[in-house]
Each structure stands twice: as structure tokens, then as C-alpha cells.
Design a protein around this ligand. Sequence first.
Ligand code: SF4
Length: 126
Amino acid sequence: MRRACCHVRKVEPLNRALAGAQGWITGLRADQSEHRADVAFAEFDAARSLIKINPLFDWTRDRAADFTREHGVPVNTLHASGFLSIGCAPCTRAVAPGEPERAGRWWWEAEGKTECGLHVREAVHS
Ligand code: SF4
């Protein structure tokens, strides 16, 4: 049911938004989770037939935080309360110190499945 909810509320609307697009720029970082460890700078999203660019792929969380401070980028105030990854309210909790960044997303599921389906991993890496 969780996967069905994410598909209806996230995946299908994104697919509509990206329909006809040639490229997609994301904020994915390889250090966000094991599942994202092989994120590359550029990928071909075969499912959507477009080039996916991940300019922050090799940034750490600290580097991103430093950048936001140095450049005055607005940041969601929940980050300071332990919500290291923020999704829908019923499926997001704060994480304890030392927990992985995405541990607060769908925490009742098995480790490594903290994804909603937006970023399909069958993409071909460049
Ligand atoms: S994160 Fe939770 S509420 Fe949001 S779309 Fe997925 S299942 Fe539904």
C-alpha cells in the first residue's frame, strides 16, 4: 500500500512533469544512503528516456550545509530538529544522532528500501 501511495502521489505526477523533457537535474548525493552510493554525475534514465544530471553526486551532507550557510540558501527549519531527509508527514520522522540520513523515511521497512520510486536505479550510468 505504501508503494501504491508513493506511485499515485509522487511517481505518476513526476512522470507527467517530465513528459517530453530531455533532461532532469536532481539533488541526489551518493552519501545519502547505500541505495544511492553509485549515483553518478550523469546518467541515462532509461525508464523516462532522458538524461539525468546529479551535480551534487559527490557532495557530502556537510559540504551542502556549508554551501547553504555561505550563500544564504534558505533551508527547511526541520533539518535542525533531526529531520535529515524530509518527505510526507506520515512517512517521515526525525533521526537520532548517528542514524543514517534517510533512516527517518519509511523506517518500518527493511534497510535499503528508503526510496519512493522517483529515482529508479535501472538507469544506465555514463
Ligand atoms: S511518502 Fe507516505 S504519504 Fe507520501 S506518497 Fe509515499 S506513502 Fe504516501
